[in-house]
Design a protein around this ligand. Structure first.
Ligand code: HEM
Length: 466
């Protein structure tokens, strides 16, 4: 409770940004192009809370750990994620995720949890390592690559195998990466307004969803027909096929398909983007790149296998990934719809407003992170531990709705880099790319190519001198 509330005074609305000539549309073009730039600049001008119109909606933006605690802690009946993210239904499917009743979505996520727990992460680590090794093995001895494109292909393979299984991965082959891209390109500002508009991107989105869903449905049908048959790695689908609802009924196939699509959608491109930023930041900071490479050879040598225990010992790599999460969070804006009038961190918010927080803006607050624009993995070491204060680092959300795939994503990014750092020497081809904030997941803009040279198999970090 703030001092204003304690004194019984009615909280005021946050200041309103000038609407310009478009009081209904608001700064829609600038927001679509660069929401983070717009929100950061406004925060510097007017402070941590402000309002603005956007496509006929009142937006209330709030920034800072206290506001985040209120945002993530609010009940769904007050600040609704479901109402804010409904525009994703054409991608995720009807009756799942944000299209399901909140209690149902909770149950759907509950079915997933065993598949993401620590015992299962061990099996996932093997797949992540196998896929990373196989991916690098296909490269020529030296060359130049678009890092994001490569890591996207790699994380598509990992997601396909870990979530839906080896058979699905083999069946779909390389077309899966293209289908995912089409699916994701269907999430854009126009989709928030009118998800069914006759846009070419939406037609591609719908075709991609239908193709992936039908391939998943075929795998489900095969598994249901031969329940005892070994499927290789214990994938997430296996867990969902064993799950039942509170009346003991098995989950309908469309729900299983929808949950898998939700996970693929939530976790694949986001992980590829986080992994890409991790690499690009390391390349910009050779001292850290050398140290993190030395850590890899120290923990695993050239031939050791990646296990959750080994990953646990890669403390510097973990802190570098965390710095990438802080400086370039893949999801830059998180939203809720206010279902009734409320007070958020001392400001009144009208029912019907869209309430926003932004990891990308919040992670650059100098009173939360010292010298926030600096890549500095040591900020997470004692005594600084700048990620410890609740709701300071929010790249994976917070509270009840914190990302359920956090451990999986960190494990994946660390495994990919553990393999890459021990198999290839990387060099940057230019400056650090800027984030492209116009897309739903903020990837580095082009050019983002890096040069690599494969290391001889017997290498024990002899080519680098930390
Ligand atoms: C780098 C990778 C990832 C990032 C940056 C990320 C980020 C996030 C964020 C910020 C939220 C909270 C959204 C909000 O509060 O509005 C979230 C929720 C969620 N994430 Fe992730 N995520 C990642 C990977 C994954 C993976 C790998 C999975 C699944 C395997 C996953 C599944 C989910 C699900 C199901 C939710 C919804 C949770 C709920 O509402 O209760 N995510 N994620």
């Amino acid at each position: 409770m703030t001092a204003t509330e304690a004194a019984g005074a009615v909280p005021a609305y946050a200041p309103r940004l000038p609407g310009g000539h478009l009081p209904w549309l608001g700064p829609v073009r600038a927001f679509g192009r660069d929401p983070v730039g717009l929100l950061s600049a406004a925060r510097e001008r007017v402070g941590n809370a402000f309002r603005f119109p956007l496509l006929g909606q009142e937006v209330h933006f709030a920034c800072g750990p206290r506001a985040h605690a209120a945002f993530f802690g609010a009940d769904e009946t007050v600040l609704s994620a479901r109402e804010a993210y409904r525009f994703m239904t054409p991608v995720l499917g009807q009756g799942v995720a944000y299209d399901a009743e909140p209690t149902e979505m909770e149950q759907q996520i509950g079915h997933l949890l065993p598949a993401l727990g620590s015992r299962r992460l061990e099996a996932h680590a093997r797949v992540m390592e196998e896929e990373s090794e196989a991916h690098v093995a296909r490269w020529a001895d030296a060359g130049e690559i678009d890092l994001l494109a490569e890591l996207n292909r790699l994380t598509v393979s990992i997601a396909a195998r870990c979530l839906v299984g080896d058979g699905f991965h083999r069946r779909m082959g390389p077309q899966l990466a293209t289908l995912y891209r089409d699916l994701e390109s269907g999430i854009r500002l126009a989709g928030v307004l009118s998800p069914k508009a006759p846009l070419p991107a939406f037609r591609r989105r719908d075709r991609a969803r239908a193709a992936i869903a039908s391939a998943i449905a075929e795998v489900i049908a095969e598994r249901r027909a031969a329940p005892g048959r070994a499927t290789g790695h214990q994938d997430v689908l296996a867990t969902l096929l064993q799950a039942s609802d509170d009346r003991g009924k098995r989950l309908p196939d469309e729900t299983v398909t929808g949950i898998l699509l939700t996970m693929i959608f939530a976790g694949q491109h986001t992980s590829a983007v986080l992994a890409t930023w991790t690499g690009l930041l390391l390349l910009r900071h050779p001292r850290h790149l050398d140290a993190v490479t030395a850590e890899q050879f120290g923990v695993l040598g050239a031939q050791g296998h990646v296990t959750p225990q080994a990953l646990h010992r890669m403390d510097l790599l973990e802190r570098c990934v965390r710095e990438a999460e802080r400086l370039h969070p893949p999801l830059t804006v998180l939203m809720r719809k206010a279902l009734r009038d409320l007070t958020l961190d001392g400001h009144a918010v009208k029912a019907g407003s869209l309430v926003m927080v932004s990891p990308a803006v919040a992670h650059r607050m100098p009173d939360v992170f010292r010298e926030p624009d600096r890549f500095d993995p040591s900020r997470y070491l004692p005594p600084r531990c700048e990620h410890r204060p609740p709701y300071s680092l929010i790249g994976f959300g917070g509270g009840k709705r914190r990302c359920v795939g956090l451990a999986f994503a960190y494990q994946q990014v660390k495994t990919v880099w553990s393999v890459l750092l021990r198999r290839v020497e990387l060099t940057s081809t230019g400056g650090e790319p800027r984030p492209d904030y116009s897309t739903f997941v903020a990837a580095p803009a082009l050019p983002r190519s890096v040069r690599y040279r494969k290391l001889p198999p017997e290498t024990g970090n002899t080519t680098r001198d930390p």
